[in-house]
Write a protein that binds this ligand. Structure first.
Ligand code: ATP
Ligand code: MG
Length: 243
């Protein structure tokens, strides 16, 4: 991984919503082509904030962001970055604006300059890959939390991003949708940073791992798997996992 192309680099980032409570102090990260970076740290430690810094929704007090070696600072730089970096937000309601699903999913491709026909084709393709093409003409506000999560992922995949930022993508998904999500994440050959509180999801989708310690982003080993007892809805019948 060390010699593949450096896509995204953050250097010397410091940020806090207030001076008394800094989240990041002089820290950074790098993401290379093909890398899948798993990101876990305690609630409130600044993971979502970091994604907002990367995409220019929040300005750090200090530090620099580079995309393929080019410094990103002006709003037009960030607009260009956002056309290459797909960000699936932690809370789906923050990402869905249109009444109909298909309009949200095709908004990105249309914004990138696709024709209506091309945008529709890319959007239907993304919905199909996630097993939710039947929702294309549903009203977003009538969807369940898990369905909304899949729609926001489709809205980002429809733009074929070079980098995917996924903020707790499995939140609210049932087992079947979770498996679909994992197989879709793994079939995307773009680089990814995935925030999750689910160690299994990170193990199944990521090859390197980071956390936040003492206001700095630091590498950590992969989460470990061990046998354990767990509860099942409608359990009691013999079953296997992973299918
Ligand atoms: N707009 C804001 N104004 C002030 N404080 C904020 C704002 N957004 C987030 N915070 C605070 O910044 C801290 C980090 O929030 P953030 O959402 O980045 O955490 P997180 O690591 O993503 O947590 P979680 O695992 O719960 O999603 C929290 O203490 C939060 O209350
Ligand atoms: Mg968060």
């Amino acid at each position: 991984m060390a010699d593949t192309e450096l896509l995204l680099e953050l250097k010397g980032i410091s940020f806090g919503f207030s001076e008394k409570k800094p989240l990041y102090r002089q820290t950074g990260l790098s993401l290379r082509k093909g890398q899948n970076l798993g990101f876990w740290s305690p609630n409130g430690s600044g993971k979502t904030t970091l994604f907002k810094i990367i995409t220019g929704l929040i300005q750090p007090q200090e530090g620099e962001i580079f995309l393929k070696g080019k410094p990103i600072s002006s709003e037009s730089d960030f607009r260009e970055l956002r056309s290459k970096v797909g960000f699936v937000l932690q809370h789906s309601d923050d990402q869905l604006f249109f009444p109909e699903v298909i309009d949200d999913v095709s908004f990105g491709p249309l914004n990138l300059g696709f024709s209506e026909e091309e945008a529709l084709c890319a959007s239907m393709n993304a919905l199909e890959r996630l097993g939710i093409s039947s929702l294309a003409h549903s009203l977003s506000f009538e969807l369940s939390g898990g369905q909304k999560k899949l729609v926001t992922l489709a809205a980002v995949l429809s733009m074929s991003p070079e980098i995917l930022l996924l903020d707790e993508p499995s939140n609210g998904l049932d087992e079947k949708s979770r498996h679909l999500l994992i197989s879709q994440i793994n079939s995307q050959d773009c680089a990814k940073i995935i925030i999750s509180h689910e160690p299994e999801l990170l193990i199944e989708t990521c090859d390197s791992f980071i956390t936040i310690q003492e206001k700095k982003i630091v590498p950590v080993p992969a989460p470990t798997i061990h046998e354990h007892r767990h509860a099942h809805f409608f359990g009691g019948t013999e079953h296997t996992h992973g299918s």
